[in-house]
Design a protein around this ligand. Structure first.
Ligand code: OAD
Length: 254
């Protein structure tokens, strides 16, 4: 990718208007204005633990109760949170832009609650719970945790009907993503004319590879972020600011 140029907002709006296909990829930053903590920001710690301490198969094997406590804390925050302007703009673009696809690293379901009709979730969804032993049992906890058969008395770890532990249906560090989902995301990046990279530290692969894939296939890459990231020097345009505000301004120019 070429080094970033100083590109005005209305130029980015023109790219979006003229694009036959636009893809937006989002990270925790898009939900920050809804009050959901990001992973690597100042609010990213829970007690003394970071996501990298807890979102791993090893942490779940050693301390499943602690990992579940963290997920219940995140679920409680997310259930109180409302989609923000950024989520809503992206939901509207599903119908107002010619061809628009949304790929997210987030597991919070806020894009769907904002009305996005189709969301490619790279890292799963925090509201689903699945058997950790792989028997295939999946429970939708989006309304309550009532679907989970029982919890182990001491640790409050949900137990599957097969007797194994249940875990959140999200991708943890060290785990592979669903190859079908990754392939779809890569194909979207290869075929788009504009790739928006919104609210992500652009560090976690394979999501972090999407801008390079898109750029190599001729797309413009536009970053929306409050801070500098490893992608910033390579993006075709960098829009600095909170995603809700920036996306709303961009939408007003379309
Ligand atoms: P991070 O916490 O790493 O990064 C959040 C990004 O959002 C940072 O670059 C912030 O500068 C930016 N940001 C914060 N507030 C913003 C706002 N209001 N508007 C725009 N940008 C804002 O989160 P992710 O990049 O999503 O994976 O993290 C990637 C993955 O690492 C997550 O999906 C999760 C995590 O571990 C797994 O759990 C597998």
């Amino acid at each position: 990718m070429e080094p970033a140029l100083s590109v005005p907002l209305n130029q980015v709006a023109t790219w979006l208007r003229e694009a036959a296909s636009v893809v937006a990829t989002t990270g925790a930053g898009i939900s920050a204005e809804s009050g959901v903590p990001t992973f690597r920001g100042a609010d990213g710690l829970w007690r003394t633990f970071s996501a990298a301490d807890l979102a791993t198969p090893g942490a779940f094997a050693r301390q499943p109760g602690l990992v579940w406590e963290w997920y219940r804390w995140r679920r409680a925050i997310i259930s109180r949170a409302q989609p923000n302007e950024g989520h809503r703009v992206l939901a509207r673009w599903a119908t107002s832009l010619r061809r628009f696809s949304l790929v997210t690293q987030n597991v919070d379901g806020l894009h769907q609650r904002a009305g996005s009709p189709e969301v490619l979730e790279l890292h799963g969804n925090i509201w689903r719970t699945r058997c950790a032993a792989g028997c295939g049992h999946v429970v939708d906890d989006s309304r309550s945790e009532a679907g989970i058969a029982a919890t182990d008395e001491d640790q409050q770890v949900p137990v599957c009907r097969c007797g194994a532990r249940m875990r959140p249906d999200v991708v943890w560090f060290g785990e592979a993503l669903d190859p079908a989902v990754v392939n779809r995301a890569m194909a979207l990046a290869e075929r788009c004319d504009v790739l928006l990279v919104i609210g992500t530290s652009a560090l976690v692969y394979p999501a972090a590879a999407l801008p390079d894939v898109a750029s190599r296939h001729g797309a413009r890459v536009v970053e929306v972020n409050v801070d500098e990231t490893p992608l910033s020097p390579f993006a075709d345009a960098v829009l600095r600011g909170p995603s809700g505000t920036v996306l709303r301004e961009l939408e007003s120019l379309l």
